[in-house]
Design a protein around this ligand. Structure first.
Ligand code: GLN
Length: 479
C-alpha cells in the first residue's frame, strides 16, 4: 500500500502556498481513477464541486486569506450526511433521486475549515450492518485485500482513506460503524462522546446512539478534524452546550502515571493474533510508565442483546417517514395504503426490513416492557458498570473487532455472526462514551488489527493521549 499523506501536512503546505489545493485534488482524483473500480468506496465522486472548492481555497491563499486548518484537504463524506443539491442515498433505493435542500452541520463546518469534498461514500443501507454488503449499490472491498470486506457500516469511508482516495473522511457510529471498519482497513476512526458533534443533517438510524466522527491516516489528523467539527449546534437538541474540543495539546503528553483498564470479563472469541496485539498494547503502555489495572464490566455481555432491541426500535420509528410521499422512491398503486406497501417493499433491503420488524415488535403494546423496557434497564446497568470502572481506570483498552477483515460473502447468511463483529464497540454507544480505534500491527493473513481506546464522557483528551502513544509504538514502526 502506498504511503498516505496526512491532512495536517496537506493543509500546512496549501496554507503556506507551497502546493495548490487543485494540485492536491488532482493527485487524489488520479488515485480514484486508477483503483476505484476495484474498491467501490464511493456512491458518487463529486469532481466538479471538488474542483471549485479547491480553486476557492487557492484563491484565498493567493489573496492572503487563511482558508482554515483543513485548507485543501480532500475529504469524503458517508452518504448518509446531507449535502445540499447533491444526492444523499443512505445506499438505499428508497431515497432514489432525493437531493437534500440543506447541508449537515458537519459539512458546513468542514467546508468553513477549508476542506474539499471529493464524494459520497458507500455504506450498509441506512448504516445497518458491519460489512457494507447491505448496500443497495454493491459491496465496498477492502484495499488491503479486495476479496475481503471493508467492514461497516461506514466501509466506503474507511476504504476511501485506506486507498488514498481521500486524506480523511466522515462516518457515523451507532454501534461501531466508524471503529470497526477503521480497524479492518488499518486507519484511525473515532466515535466522540454523544452530543459532541452535531447530528443535524445526519440521516437518523437510532437517534440516541448515532454520532458522527472522522476516519484519518493518523491520530493527529483525527484530533484536527474533531476540533473543526465539534462544538455546540443549536440545530441539534442533543448537542452539548460547550465549545469545540481542544485535543492537539494532549497528543505529545506522556502516558506515565495513567491508569489503563483491562476488562477481565471481556467476552471471548477473538482471533488469537488480535488478542496478542491487545496484550502488546498493554505491555507498551506499561513500559512507558502507565499502570495496568483490572476492571470488571459484568453487564457488557448483554450489550449486544440490548442494542438489538433499542437500535431497531428507534430505527422502526425513524424509518417510518419513508412512505413514498415525502422522499425519493414512489411505486404507484391502486390506493394510498397499497402505494405505501409497494414503495417500502421495493425501496428497503432485507436487513432494513428485518430491523423494522424487530423494532416494531419490541415496541408493540404487549411486549414493550418485556423487550424495549428491559433493554433500557440493561443500558443503565452498562453505564453503571462503566462508571465503576472509570473510578479505577482513566481509559480502557479492548480489541476494536474480534476478527480481521473477513471474506466477502462469509457472513451474509448469518446475521448473528455479523452482529457479533460489534461486541466490543456497542457498549460505548449505549453509554454515550467516546472510543476510538488505532491501527496496531497485523493479524491473520497480514491484515490490519485495531486496538480500541475507551474513555468516560468527554474524556477525549486522555483518549487521544493514549491513542497517540499507541500509534508511536505500534508494531511495524512509528508513522
Ligand atoms: N453493525 C451495527 C449494526 O448493524 C452498527 C451499525 C452502526 O454503527 N451504524 O447496527
Amino acid at each position: 500500500m502506498a504511503e498516505l499523506s496526512n491532512a495536517v501536512d496537506i493543509a500546512n503546505a496549501v496554507r503556506n502556498g507551497s502546493v495548490s489545493a487543485v494540485a492536491v485534488l488532482d493527485q487524489y482524483l488520479a488515485r480514484i481513477d486508477a483503483r476505484e473500480s476495484s474498491i467501490h468506496a464511493f456512491n458518487l465522486v463529486t469532481r466538479e464541486q471538488a474542483r471549485s472548492m479547491a480553486a476557492k481555497v487557492d484563491a484565498d491563499v493567493k489573496a492572503g486569506r487563511d482558508p482554515g486548518p483543513l485548507a485543501g484537504v480532500p475529504i469524503a463524506l458517508k452518504d448518509n450526511m446531507c449535502t445540499r443539491g447533491v444526492p444523499t442515498t443512505c445506499s438505499s433505493r428508497i431515497l432514489d433521486g432525493w437531493k437534500p435542500p440543506y447541508d449537515a452541520t458537519v459539512v458546513t463546518r468542514l467546508a468553513e475549515a477549508g476542506a474539499v469534498f471529493v464524494g459520497k461514500t458507500n455504506l450498509d443501507e441506512f448504516a445497518m450492518g458491519s460489512s457494507t454488503e447491505n448496500s443497495a449499490f454493491g459491496v465496498t472491498y477492502n484495499p488491503h485485500d479486495t476479496s475481503r470486506v471493508s467492514g461497516g457500516s461506514s466501509g466506503g469511508s474507511a476504504a476511501a482513506v485506506a486507498a488514498g482516495f481521500a486524506a480523511a473522511s466522515l462516518g457515523s457510529d451507532t454501534g461501531g460503524s466508524i471503529r470497526q471498519p477503521a480497524a479492518l482497513c488499518g486507519v484511525v476512526g473515532v466515535k466522540p462522546t454523544y452530543g459532541t458533534v452535531s447530528r443535524y443533517g445526519l440521516v437518523a438510524f437510532a437517534s440516541s446512539l448515532d454520532q458522527i466522527g472522522p476516519f484519518t491516516v493518523d491520530v493527529r489528523d483525527a484530533a484536527v478534524l474533531l476540533e473543526a467539527m465539534s462544538g455546540h449546534d443549536p440545530l441539534d437538541s442533543t448537542s452539548i452546550p460547550q465549545p469545540a474540543l481542544s485535543l492537539q495539546a494532549s497528543l505529545d503528553r506522556d502516558v506515565k502515571g495513567l491508569r489503563i483498564g483491562r476488562i477481565t470479563d471481556l467476552p471471548g472469541g477473538s482471533d488469537s493474533e488480535v488478542e496478542a496485539r491487545l496484550a502488546e498494547s498493554f505491555d507498551a503502555l506499561a513500559a512507558a510508565g502507565a499502570t495496568i489495572v483490572d476492571v470488571e464490566l459484568p453487564s457488557m455481555k448483554y450489550g449486544l442483546t440490548a442494542y438489538y432491541l433499542i437500535a431497531p426500535a428507534e430505527a422502526s420509528s425513524n424509518l417510518a417517514r419513508y412512505d413514498g410521499v415525502r422522499y425519493g422512491l414512489r411505486v404507484d398503486a391502486a390506493d394510498t395504503n397499497a402505494m405505501y406497501m409497494a414503495t417500502r417493499a421495493a425501496g428497503f433491503g432485507d436487513e432494513v426490513k428485518r430491523r423494522i420488524m424487530l423494532g416494531t415488535y419490541a415496541l408493540s403494546a404487549g411486549y414493550y416492557d418485556a423487550y424495549y423496557g428491559k433493554a433500557l434497564k440493561v443500558r443503565r446497568l452498562i453505564s453503571d458498570d462503566f462508571a465503576r470502572a472509570y473510578q479505577k481506570a482513566d481509559v480502557l483498552l479492548t480489541p476494536t473487532s474480534p476478527i480481521v477483515a473477513f471474506p466477502v460473502g462469509a457472513k451474509v447468511d448469518d446475521p448473528l455472526s455479523m452482529y457479533l463483529c460489534d461486541v466490543f464497540t456497542i457498549p460505548t454507544n449505549l453509554a454515550g462514551h467516546p472510543a476510538m480505534s488505532v491501527p496496531f500491527g497485523t493479524g491473520a493473513h497480514g491484515l490490519p488489527v485495531g486496538v480500541q481506546v475507551l474513555a468516560p464522557t468527554l474524556g477525549e483528551s486522555v483518549m487521544f493521549q493514549v491513542a497517540a502513544h499507541l500509534e508511536r509504538v505500534a508494531p511495524g514502526g512509528a508513522k
